[in-house]
Design a protein around this ligand. Structure first.
Ligand code: NAD
Ligand code: DAU
Length: 335
């Protein structure tokens, strides 16, 4: 594989993945296709753009553009998406367009030119689990799809399209469903960067509902190595779940952020809950571990969190220009 097309490579996880490829696979040339929505940022790739990485600003729903780029590549890793639940609850349309029609546009081209396709999806397609006190259940690759939010439903739809194209058109595809990522370059609307940048800005952190919802955190560098393992060694037509056994309540995550940043652990506000708020996500990554030998490198969450806090402290010019707009948006909805 010499040419890789990475959609959404100027977003949080995509940019970290591109950086991983540059560092670990210098023989692979990367073309990033990214629309540069509010979540995409050329600066996320600034240090790697050059002979090995090219950025094409464009839409994955643009059929002729996608056809041309897919024809020229050996494989596609598809990260591009509208990705934020709170936005999907206010205006679901961009999620339907990008996540469903965009994926359809890409797989049509990938099937036409017989190109390897890896679809990056989310654990939210499986809905939610009872809180850990009541159940030790985790998501498995064959768990039932029961998405609860417009975002999750749009991602579930895209997964179904990929599965159907594998069966009906011989698409050479794999799917991964990963849990919550954290790390550098995450847009400040998401939970962890929002709270870190709130504290730096002198704003009290905001916890939805009672703070007892559970997320299964993984450092985004570990997501990158998992995607690479699946892309290069995964079985066609298979779904792999990616997770690093990082379950935490939102309250516990926030208290750790506050303590690491030298604040009292109780210095936050409880705010209006997210409608339909999924209770708990938890990943069983046995298939990925046993079949492909993948292991996460970031197994100490507190350490990973501290490094992420350092990144946001050091890179204030990256997030300061959008911080007020994001907070104004949340304030309108009592969050
Ligand atoms: P993000 O919102 O940070 O980045 C998305 C990127 O896609 C941006 O660069 C944006 O400009 C681009 N994009 C959006 N619409 C586009 C379009 N129509 N055409 C081309 N580019 C477009 O998202 P993220 O958090 O980096 O998530 C990346 C992928 O990983 C998504 O598919 C998401 O569903 C999945 N995922 C995310 C997480 C997480 O915790 N963030 C966990 C599991 C899976
Ligand atoms: O599980 C994978 C998913 O993780 C990805 O598919 C999504 O793209 C990604 O955004 C993430 O979804 P969540 O909705 O879990 O992430 P978010 O960062 O928005 O919220 C994490 C938890 O924190 C969730 O329970 C809601 C809560 N929350 C969020 C914000 C922004 C708060 O308590 N306060 C906040 O200010």
């Amino acid at each position: 594989m010499q040419q890789l097309l990475v959609t959404g490579g100027a977003g949080f996880i995509g940019a970290n993945f591109v950086r991983y490829v540059v560092q670990q696979h210098p023989d692979v040339n990367v073309t990033v296709l990214d629309k540069l929505t509010y979540a995409g940022n050329r600066a996320n790739l600034a240090d790697v753009l050059g002979s090995q990485v090219t950025l094409i600003v464009g839409d994955i729903c643009d059929g002729p553009l996608v056809d041309r780029l897919v024809q020229q590549t050996d494989a596609i890793v598809h990260f591009a998406a509208e990705s934020h639940n709170d936005r999907a609850l206010i205006d679901p349309w961009p999620f339907m367009q990008t996540n469903i029609i965009g994926t359809y546009t890409l797989i049509q081209a990938a099937a036409k030119y017989h190109k390897r396709f890896h679809h990056v999806s989310t654990d939210e397609v499986y809905g939610d689990l009872p809180l850990a006190d009541d159940s030790a259940e985790k998501f498995k690759p064959d768990s039932r799809y029961q998405p609860s939010s417009p975002y999750a439903a749009s991602k579930a739809s895209s997964d179904m399209l990929v599965r159907a194209w594998v069966r009906s058109f011989g698409l050479q595809a794999t799917i991964s469903n990963c849990s919550n990522n954290y790390g550098p370059y995450q847009y400040v609307e998401k939970f962890i960067p929002r709270q870190i940048t709130n504290i730096i800005s002198g704003i009290r952190p905001k916890l939805y509902g009672n703070g007892q919802n559970v997320r299964d955190w993984i450092q985004t560098a570990d997501h990158s190595t998992a995607v690479w393992a699946i892309l290069t060694r995964g079985r066609i037509g298979e779904t792999y779940l990616i997770g690093a056994d990082g379950e935490q309540t939102n309250q516990a995550v926030l208290e750790q952020i506050l303590t690491i940043m030298g604040q009292p652990a109780s210095a936050y506000d409880l705010v209006r809950d997210r409608p339909g708020h999924d209770r708990r996500y938890a990943i069983d990554a046995t298939k990925l571990r046993t079949e492909l030998g993948w292991r996460p490198q970031y197994t100490d969450f507190r350490q990973g969190l501290a490094a992420t806090i350092d990144w946001y402290r050091t890179n204030q010019s990256w997030w300061q220009p959008v911080k007020q707009t994001v907070e104004d948006g949340y304030a309108k909805h009592g969050q």
